[in-house]
Design a binder for this molecule. Structure first.
Ligand code: FES
Length: 170
């Protein structure tokens, strides 16, 4: 039997038409949610930590050097960017909390492994999972039922280079 949108709207047909209506309602609801999120500017927190471009990152044995002139995601005070190397088991969030204030912490929440994102208003890292564990810029757990603090790494600025000491994990 050939069905039409008009037929679906008029309610004709049996089980197949009910299924088609259910699918149409699901799609409409999905489109509504998408457009609503877009209109209000609300995006998942995990989307707020862009990756640093490879041209800004130099991995060395015990440290990571970031070229701030090539690290566009870190130009603004209050910004944060991720840098990861699965082979080294490193997944960091690098934060610029002031003109010359930077922090580097593990990005993976100690509770269930969800990613953390930086909230400049509170100067904290917040887990993007529903439990929303929160950590300060030293990695200390502020609240949330997790398995402890985030690891933080010593950071030094030398001119236009940011040095992150991977062996000096806090
Ligand atoms: S994974 Fe972060 S609070 Fe659960």
């Amino acid at each position: 039997m050939k069905r039409t949108i008009a037929g679906i709207h008029s309610g004709e047909g049996g089980k197949a038409d009910r299924e088609a209506r259910r699918m149409r309602d699901l799609l409409l609801r999905r489109d509504f949610l998408r457009s609503g999120l877009g209109l209000t500017g609300v995006y998942p927190l995990c989307c707020l930590s862009p990756e640093l471009p490879p041209s800004a990152v130099l991995w060395e044995k015990d440290r990571l050097l970031l070229d701030l002139t090539a690290a566009a995601p870190l130009k603004r005070i209050g910004s944060a960017a991720s840098v990861a190397d699965p082979a080294r088991k490193v997944n960091l969030l690098v934060i610029r909390s002031g003109k010359n204030q930077f922090a580097a912490l593990d990005r993976t929440c100690t509770h269930g492994g969800a990613m953390c994102a930086y909230q400049h208003r509170t100067r904290t890292l917040r887990c993007t999972s529903l439990n929303h564990a929160e950590y300060d810029l030293q990695g200390t757990l502020l609240h949330g039922r997790t398995h402890g603090n985030l690891r933080s790494y010593p950071v030094r600025r030398k001119g236009k280079t940011l040095e992150i000491l991977l062996e000096g994990r806090g």
